[in-house]
Ligand binder design. Structure first.
Ligand SMILES: *Cc1c(COP(=O)(O)O)cnc(C)c1O
Length: 397
């Protein structure tokens, strides 16, 4: 047999972390890596956060899982908290980002079908988006590399250029149900949408009775310096998919919606065995305890400013390697002149620095939100040394 026991769908590298220590990961041989990948924007509180561990331990001892057939004080409490913190009136809990987006898609379709407008099922999405790996969420993305081998796709999606308001407007037809968009494209290359684009989508949605659904799976939960990124666009969405940072490393997602948008999501229409289980609720409560306050969010913004200005200065030293810095808050990208994977591997293997590649030749930086100045210093040191040694290596590019 040549297939590996772990289904070989990931190009895994040689680094095998066995322990986490705040903003570092420790490998099998005890070596320490500075973690500016954070499980791909997941470990907001870093690793081994006492509050998060304590909450999970305590809940695990009390009650881990019950069915959604029963009342849920834990679910009600977290849902109320998210409602109080956001535009939303109601929340459906999932176990992952893709499921949260899936619920957003169903919510959008159900809204129109509940109104008797069965023909309004088509969702306009944006090129190079990433919404997850289920059949519906790959269908929502135009990226062929995710489609190959899995045809046919789910019908009902139309792809338009990201940040192209005129394109979005032109794509609206009698079957259009809504928009699904990442305010900051993550996998697509850390590309924030413009203010005009997001506000324009809101206006188009209002004008044509469409729902505006945001995929904030990566950019949500304090990552950009506000609880959700939409706040910085001065808009109110109808539906938001959240996940990644929400559990700080514990699997949980959430689909947030207004009362109006959730009209079709009535008893019996949707469900999840594990969604909203008390253990996940406890983890997310601990994350919100830490991040959902002005002091923490202000810290994220000031750390982000410091990191960003260091990066802006730094890339000038290596114009042959770097083109620009982009992103929002602590969701930053270094746009490179070429494909980033070689540099990501080099930084990891030679400088014990973890980053993530993203689309559009971007090196993605999504550190824990609890980094301090010492981590920023360590990061810039490692990146400087790494850029110099990478350029000196003839074979690597
Ligand atoms: C990661 C991600 C998803 C998918 O989340 P999973 O938990 O992997 O299913 C969806 N949308 C965006 C924007 C993401 O970054």
């Amino acid at each position: 047999m040549s297939i590996t026991p772990l289904m070989p769908v990931y190009p895994r590298c040689g680094f095998r972390p066995v322990r986490g220590d705040h903003c570092h990961l420790i490998g099998e041989d005890g070596s320490r890596y500075l973690d500016f990948a954070a499980g791909i924007a997941v470990n907001l509180l870093g690793h081994s956060h006492p509050g998060l561990i304590g909450a999970i331990q305590k809940q695990a001892e009390t009650l881990m899982h019950v069915s959604n057939l029963y009342g849920s004080p834990q679910g009600e409490h977290l849902a109320q908290r998210l409602v109080d913190l956001t535009f939303a009136d109601t929340v459906f809990f999932t176990n992952s980002g893709a499921e949260a987006v899936e619920c957003a898609i169903k919510t959008v379709r159900a809204y129109h079908q509940h109104e008797g407008n069965d023909h309004k099922f088509e969702i306009i999405t944006f090129k190079n988006a990433f919404h997850g790996r289920t059949m519906a969420t790959i269908s929502a993305s135009n990226q062929e590399k995710m489609h190959k081998g899995f045809m046919p796709l789910l019908p009902g999606f139309k792809y338009v250029d990201f940040d192209d308001l005129e394109g979005a407007k032109a794509a609206i037809g009698p079957n259009t149900a809504g928009f699904l968009v990442e305010p900051v494209q993550g996998e697509g290359g850390i590309r924030p949408a413009s203010q005009e684009f997001m506000q324009g989508l809101r206006a188009l949605a209002d004008e044509h009775d469409l729902l505006l659904a945001l995929d904030e799976v990566q950019c949500g939960v304090a990552r950009t310096g506000t609880m959700y990124a939409y706040e910085q666009y001065g808009i109110v969405p109808d539906v938001v998919a959240s996940a990644k940072g929400l559990g700080g490393g514990f699997p949980i997602g959430a689909c947030l919606a207004t009362e109006k948008a959730a009209r079709g999501m009535v008893i019996g229409t949707h469900g999840s065995t594990y969604g909203g289980n008390p253990l996940a609720m406890a983890a997310a409560e601990a994350v919100l305890d830490a991040v959902a306050n002005d002091a923490f969010l202000g810290e994220v913004r000031s750390k982000a400013d410091r990191l960003r200005s260091r990066l802006e200065q730094f890339i000038g030293n290596y114009p042959e390697l770097f083109e620009s810095v982009r992103g929002m808050g602590l969701m930053l990208g270094l746009k490179l002149k070429a494909e980033p994977r070689g540099l990501v591997a080099h930084l990891r293997d030679n400088h014990q620095l973890l980053t993530v590649a993203a689309g559009d030749n971007t090196l993605r930086l999504v550190p824990p939100l609890v980094i301090d100045d010492s981590h920023i210093d360590e990061f810039i040191e490692k990146l400087s040394a790494g850029a110099a040694s990478y350029l000196a290596e003839p074979a690597d590019k």
